[in-house]
Design a protein around this ligand. Sequence first.
Ligand SMILES: Cc1ncc(C[n+]2csc(CCOP(=O)(O)OP(=O)(O)O)c2C)c(N)n1
Length: 325
Amino acid sequence: MTSTPDTAMVRDMVRIRKVEEVLADYYRDEQQMRTPTHFSIGQEATSVGVCAALRRTDPVYTGHRSHAPYLAKGGDLRGLVDELHGRETGCAKGRGGSIHLVDHAVGFAGSAAILGEMIPVAAGAAWAFALTGAPRVATTFFGDGATEEGVFAETMNFAAVHRLPALFVCENNTYSISSPLAQRQAAGFGIAARAAAHGVHAVSVDGNDVFAVRAAATAAVDRARAGEGPVLLELHTYRWREHVGPGWDHDHGYRTREEIDSWIERCPIRRAADALRPAHPDIDDLVAAWSAEYTAEAHDAVRLAKAAPWPDVADLTRGAYGPAA
Ligand SMILES: Cc1ncc(C[n+]2csc(CCOP(=O)(O)OP(=O)(O)O)c2C)c(N)n1
């Protein structure tokens, strides 16, 4: 069967899932990755759907849950895995770890751990595009918790006033670490409504439906690129694993196994495969083949990362307050 844009979406989600599952196993079993890691397992449709709407020259900025958007934007796998292992060959030369991924060659402009930090940075990039007339759109991914930072409201206002070519992607997985959304934000309102209150065009989408995400992101990017102002997408999704680290956390007391299972039932990969099966009867065979291929690719990347050189201690601070030389 020939690959189509639709099957490519499934393939890209499978790759992210398999890479993260392999990394999670090594992380747990070997303790060689000494960086906090926030996995996106279960949330793959948001990154893949949004990045499918972007050009290479459209920069993407993210917060701490960064592996999935990095890979979806085309970020180099070896650069990610070497970075997680603290190697000089990592995308941040081994100094940044999981939370500081970057790959300028594909427009993955950077990620950072301070909640909300990248929201105004992306707006700044979008402002530059607006001022220079560059036909580019700046995108930033962040969680529902990040919208409780003051800078979220400030940036929504600024972006709306200046009609910035910006795409704000809120991955609403309903938890900020272990605090549920209902205990943090007023009921019956929603993050899209909060953005709209500032004049930002805002849309609420099923974030586990990769095709719905791609459609919403494409409309948003077209709008922003045409000079019609910023868009916020509130993508409803769910993180399967613990907040940080490779484990499962149904026994941590803040959510139940039943709740997690109900979202595993809504797996974005399975849902996309179900949607494509009538037109692509061999989709399950493809998923199986991709799973094997990307599992092998991830094991290979880990093997190579372990053999890669460490940074030189003499260079430890180089690049800490400026571009790494
Ligand atoms: C300014 C700031 N406060 C607190 C933290 C600690 N922290 C790290 S992740 C996180 C929760 C983030 O939740 P959310 O934005 O919904 O993203 P998710 O982890 O669910 O993807 C918190 C409070 C931080 N990194 N930065």
